[in-house]
Design a protein around this ligand. Sequence first.
Ligand code: PXL
Length: 264
Amino acid sequence: MTDRAYVIAGSEATGGAGIQADLKAFQELGVYGMGTITCIVSFDPNNDWGHRFVPIDPGVIADQIEAATSCHDVDVVKIGMLGTPDTIDVVAGALAARRWRHVVLDPVLICKGQEPGAALDTDKALTEKVLPLATVITPNHFESRTLSGMESIDTVEDLVEAARRIHALGPRHVVAKGGVELPGPDAVDVYFDGEEATVLRSPKIGEERVSGAGCTFAAAITAELAKGSGVDEAVARAKEMVHAGISARLVTRAPFASVVPLAP
Ligand code: PXL
C-alpha cells in the first residue's frame, strides 16, 4: 500500500457518510488514507434524524492540513463537506498553496439543520473559491440543479446539459449523478471531460437514497487516481464500487440504510 490519498471532509458519526466512509473506501481500494476534519455532523435520533452541525475552528483545520501535507508527499485530495464560508476560505487557501495532480470535489451543498441563509453563503463561497480548483467534481441531482442553474433535470439529456454548464464554472472533469432522482430503471451518471459526454448506467437498486453513496463515489475516484488511473477509468471503477456498496448496504435504526464501501 504505497499510494497515498488525502481527504478533507466532515465527520458523520454513524459511519455511513463523511470522512468515515471516505477512509473505508481508500482502505478497501488499497490506498493509504490521511484525513482532515472540517466539521462534525451528529444525526439527532430525537429530531427526525436531522443534522446537528458543528464547524471546526478554521485555525484547527489549517493545523490539520499542515500536519498531513508536511508528513506525506501526496498530490491527490478529495474535498467533502466544508459547511461554512470560513471553512471554505481556509481550505481554498491551503489547496491553492500547493500543486495537486487531482482535486476531487464532492460539492456537498446543504445540510439539514443549517440556516438557509448560511447555506446560501456557503454555496456561493464554494462555487467561487473551490470549484475553480477542482479537477473532478461529482454533483448529485440537487447539486447539479443548483450549480447549473437549471430548474429541473428530468432526462439524461438534461443531465448532459447540467454537466456542460458545471464544466464552464472551472472543473476539468464533471460527473453529474442522476441517482434515484432521475426517472428510469438505471442509476445514470454523465461524465463530461470538456469535449465528450459519456453516459454510465447501472441498474438501480431500489428507489431509496443510501447514506454515504456519494461520499464513497468521490472517495473511490480519488483512490483510483492516487493509484495512477485515468479519470475515465477511475469514474467507471467508482461506479462499480458504489453499486456493490449499495447492494451490501446496512439496514440501520435510522430511516435510511448506509453504504458499505466494497472494492468491486
Ligand atoms: O452524504 C453527504 C454528507 C457528507 N459529509 C458529511 C455528512 C453527509 C450527510 O450526512 O454528514 C459529514
